[in-house]
Ligand binder design. Structure first.
Ligand code: ADP
Length: 705
């Protein structure tokens, strides 16, 4: 039979039942012709059978739909209603006779709560996927939501297609969905509002803080009595603590908004680690615990990474370590995990011997505002932001920050990050391993954090080192073999002078004492006892080689190699007096910036807004031109960007250095200020060292002339 259809009609056999249900007129006529000609033949009987079977399927399908509770309407080719099921009457309170012969679209439009201009597209717009938006219709029980669907069905063989519309009541689903949508929209709006508020509030807080910190610095430099100095220092310390909280909150906002940008640059890991150790050492020493850092010798000297963000993570982790450790200390290690010529994977771990973290808290503490178990941690200050931010930064660096801890024994926070090699195809090794080749060093110390790291350093420089914990072990070691030099730790529990005396003159190699900065007062005594040098803890990698070398060769030890933590007095740039224009609308900031600059011998002119800045700048006579312009970005009448453009447009020669003054550390702002013509920016609150570094680059107009 199928063969007959195919050959006679030269068209593919329809395969899906719906198409079979809607035979074309041509085919019907053809079948009738065959029927007449082949009456009684088996082929036609088979055909009839097939048609009946298909009809039966359609009937079953139809009754299934009716039983489903859906409203069903049918219309003829002219879209006039020919049938409405019982559900229609039950739902809308309209008898079938009331709609027979009426326009399908009209009837539905009349039922709509908010009649759309044209309902037809609602029903027919998407036949293929059948996905239609819901409509609200007036029912006997009030307005309800319906999903509508229109299909064509065959009413009778040989007839044109009939339109069937199915309306399904989806009020419950609709209500649930719109509730969910509303909740989501609310949550999104609230979160966006919170982020905006945090960003705004933090910026607003930063500005007056800038004033507080700067003024405290000026006060401290102004010859106070010791009591006054104590108070001023307390103001400074509290201000600095507040600033770091504000920065955390700002960071969090940035992370939530997905705006945490990295600024990778060619830099030294060792410098970052030493920086962090140096910065936090006073805090550790004040708590009577150790802090030390170690960068393995095979970590290349320079790699590409974001120094500021790496430093921030290490400060967070080591700062926590110090906070949660009562005895022992904290070690920061950087080791090489893997390397190709182009890249290194460096692992950082920060280990402490503190209170540890209970297993059930180990994941939770990485969530913002979360702290460890409340009972214990309420004793420690904190906001619970540090780890959340650190983890986000590490993730941004494609790494993962994880913790391993034993409750009561200590914790290790570790992460590995991939860093490109800037000197590709070469690899520049970090340290010169030859310096201590063949040297044997004895280290005497009961401490557990720094001495083992010193041993590793000596090995890295090519020497060997033995670590012993007390004088009697030291004596035993010295009688077993000879040593080139000895380092003796002056700690709270062991007195270095006693140790040295106990060892005896005849046995002793040249010795240096390891002291905390607070032990400096004992150095004179140490020299009398027989120490020929000293190292201030935490010891810098380079200092140890220098001191050991000097010891071995009996050379005097250069003070700068050792005493790395002398507070730096503000540098006076003799003979480098610059003419500087400062534009800022905040009078306290102006006062502060002026004081900072004048204390360095520069000449300062100020402007209250961008307009004034441009006027003052252009009015300066040729022998009074400005070397430097410090421009606040947000000012009334003319903002900093416009003012910078205007000053650049004046094309003054020699070209002035223009620095934007901003609290905004984002790369966006950096790009925008550079686009406007600034040479760089100074982040508020202004850091004295950053200022000196930037101004150090400027040849003054007087010198250039
Ligand atoms: P904060 O220190 O400001 O509370 P963090 O996010 O840095 O916030 O730390 C969250 C919590 O994790 C801390 O409150 C503390 O309970 C726990 N924690 C972090 N570091 C350590 C550590 N080194 N030792 C023990 N507990 C820690």
């Amino acid at each position: 039979m199928i063969l007959v259809m195919t050959t006679s009609h030269d068209r593919p056999v329809p395969r899906d039942p719906v198409t079979i249900l809607r035979p074309r007129r041509g085919l019907t006529r053809f079948l009738e012709t065959i029927g007449a000609r082949w009456a009684g033949s088996t082929a036609v009987e088979e055909l009839q059978d097939t048609i009946w079977r298909l009809r039966e399927i359609t009937e079953r399908y139809r009754s299934a739909i009716e039983a489903s509770g859906d409203v069903i309407l049918r219309a003829d080719a002219n879209r006039r209603i020919v049938f409405a099921n019982e559900n229609f009457t039950a739902t809308f309170g309209i008898a079938e006779t009331g709609v027979l012969g009426r326009s399908l679209d009209r009837v539905i439009t009349d039922l709509a709560v908010m009649p759309p201009p044209n309902l037809d597209p609602w029903l027919r717009s998407d036949h293929v996927s059948g996905a239609l938006s819901d409509r609200e219709l007036s029912t006997r029980d009030g307005p309800r939501w319906f999903m509508g669907r229109e299909i064509e069905v065959a009413e009778r063989l040989g007839d044109t297609a009939v339109i069937q519309v199915v309306l399904r009541d989806v009020t419950e689903r609709h209500a649930m969905e719109s509730e969910l949508r509303r909740a989501r929209d609310l949550a999104e709006a609230a979160s966006a509002a919170k982020s905006r508020f945090l960003a705004l509030a933090s910026h607003e807080i930063r500005t007056p803080l800038n004033g507080i910190l700067g003024m405290a610095d000026l006060l401290l430099a102004s010859g106070l009595t010791s009591e006054q100095a104590t108070y001023a220092r307390a103001v400074r310390t509290s201000g600095a603590a507040l600033l770091s909280i504000v920065d955390d909150v700002l960071d969090l906002g940035k992370i939530e908004a997905g705006r945490l940008e990295l600024q990778p640059d060619d830099a030294s890991i060792e410098a970052v680690v030493e920086d962090v150790v140096e910065l936090l050492a006073p805090r550790a020493q004040a708590r009577g615990i150790e802090l030390a850092g170690y960068v393995a010798a095979d970590v290349p000297r320079r790699l590409i990474f974001d120094t500021v963000r790496l430093r921030q993570v290490l400060i967070n982790l080591a700062g926590n370590g110090i906070k949660f450790t009562e005895r022992g200390g904290v070690a920061i290690n950087a080791t090489l995990k893997a390397r190709t010529k182009e890249h290194c994977v460096v692992t950082f771990d920060v280990t402490d011997t503190g209170i540890g973290i209970a297993r059930q808290d180990a994941e939770r503490i990485f969530t913002e505002y979360e702290q460890g178990e409340n009972g214990t941690t309420r004793r420690y200050a904190g906001t619970g932001l540090g780890l959340a931010i650190s983890r986000a930064i590490v993730r941004r660096m494609q790494g993962e920050l994880e913790v391993q801890s034993e409750f009561g024994k200590g914790s290790t926070f570790a992460f590995s990050v991939l860093m490109p090699n800037p000197t590709y195809p070469e690899i520049v090794a970090r340290s010169d391993p030859a310096e201590l080749i063949g040297r044997h060093i004895l280290i005497v110390s009961p401490a557990e954090i720094e001495p083992p790291l010193l041993v590793r350093r000596v090995h890295d420089f090519g020497g060997t080192a033995l670590l012993v914990t007390n004088p009697s072990e030291a004596r035993a070691a010295l009688s077993a073999r000879s040593y080139d030099a000895m380092l003796v730790d002056q700690t709270g529990v062991a007195d270095a002078a006693e140790t040295l005396v106990a060892i005896g003159l005849d046995q002793r190699p040249p010795a240096a004492v390891l002291v905390a900065p607070s032990d400096r007062g004992t150095l004179e005594l140490m020299r009398h006892v027989g120490f020929s040098g000293y190292l201030v803890k935490p010891v810098r990698a380079q200092s140890i080689a220098k001191v050991i070398f000097a010891l071995v060769e009996g050379r005097p030890i250069a003070a700068d190699a050792l005493d790395v933590r002398v507070p730096v007095a503000p540098r006076r740039l003799e003979g480098r007096k610059l003419k500087i224009l400062v534009a800022d609308d905040n009078p306290i900031n102006v006062l502060l910036t002026r004081a900072m600059l004048e204390s360095r011998g520069h000449r300062v002119t100020t402007a209250e807004d961008g307009r004034q800045a441009v006027d003052v700048f252009t009015a300066a006579s040729s022998d009074m031109t400005f070397d430097v312009v410090l421009m606040d970005l947000h000012m009334p009448t003319l903002d900093g960007y416009v003012a910078i453009r205007a000053i650049r447009a004046a094309n003054q020669s020699p070209r002035p250095l223009i620095l934007a003054l901003t609290a905004d550390v984002t790369a966006e702002t950096e790009r925008a200020t550079r686009a406007a013509g600034a040479d760089g920016r100074l982040i508020k609150p202004i850091d004295a060292d950053a200022l000196d570094a930037l101004l150090g680059e400027v040849p003054s107009a007087a010198l250039r002339a």
